[in-house]
Design a protein around this ligand. Sequence first.
Ligand code: URA
Length: 426
Amino acid sequence: MSMFSAVDVITQKRDGAELSDEEISWILDAYERGEVAEEQMSALLMAIFFNGLTLQELGTWTDRMIESGERLDLQGLSRPTVDKHSTGGVGDKISLILAPLVAACGAAVPQLSGRGLGHTGGTLDKLESIPGWRPFLTNDEIRSQLETVGAVICAAGSGLTPVDRKLYALRDVTGTVESIPLISSSIMSKKIAEGTEALVLDVKVGRGAFIKSVERAKELAVTMVGLGRAHGVKTVAQLTAMDAPLGRAVGNALEVTEAVEVLRGGGPSDVRELTIALAKLMTELVGIDVNPSDRLDDGSAYEVYERMIHAQGGDPDATMPLAALREDVVAAHDGVVESIDALAVGVTAWRLGAGRARKEDPVSATAGVRCLVREGDKVSKGQPLLELHADDEAHLATGRVTIAHAVVLGSAPRAAATLLLDLIDE
Ligand code: URA
């Protein structure tokens, strides 16, 4: 017989009391073993959603998540390790450029990634649109690729924080995703278990992100930075705007193509700006004094990208697949592009087939949206604004519905939006 009861733990949290370390350890372990029912954990998660976790509780909760699985040992590599995590945005293909770029600067970048759920795409889904590329590596392969290439983007194995996997699936169906302690412990337990020495968090805020206000995004960032540092990981967070899509391309193969443009020195200016800003933070954290923009412009980041893709069976020179169907969304009248709604574009790309509703669903490599205009552009009636890409008519028809009001046309130009909002380094 256990000395704890799930009902006691739930009612204590419901009534605002602080749980002891022993109670937290017990309930997470018992849940993992299947001895605490899903409905009991659902109730506890909802109580945490409303009442939060104290710093002490959050530390213990995160520790138990880390200890539920294996930890990667990245000690002894010849380069310092540094990773980046984004809380999820629309058109966010930064990892594909950033990992090889920071490796080209002299660090090792272990990016253990996930797949997309909902309207934000997953890095693995994007890379899988490259013919031959495989996401699964053993721990030995990860280490060896970090040593020889300097960058790895691969699937986080099932051995890493298994209790987070169970909790995340439960949160997804119980309305308990948007809780700062639950998000922070979920993200940081995975990054700490991954074994990186340093970490830059890209915390997205705005209508295309799951956090809409700067205040809440700051609170999330401060909490995650605190958790990282308490576990010996040098951590900083950059708050970035996610009101309009990042770059012009949203969708798996479309984003890979755009990432390659940036790696070759071109591409949209916002994608380049954010990549360089994050690369500077990453290199600074591990004491590397190299200017990342030089490594983009001299071709060395692209060279590392080619080696990184080759190392995982992919052909970086393969022609990327294109959708069978394409359709333009045109301007209803003359005007200036006032805004492009990242959420509407993200949801549309998802409906067109680029994303999944359940984690078992397949995704289309080619579906998505290309933004032919950017905020501030002058347009005339009938001019194409967006291009919808889909594999079949049924997907195209659902995408048409959600894209209808994504681009707002006004009459006067307005100031360019700021991308880099705040740096949390305290
Ligand atoms: N990403 C995660 O891994 N966990 C969360 O809780 C939210 C986003």
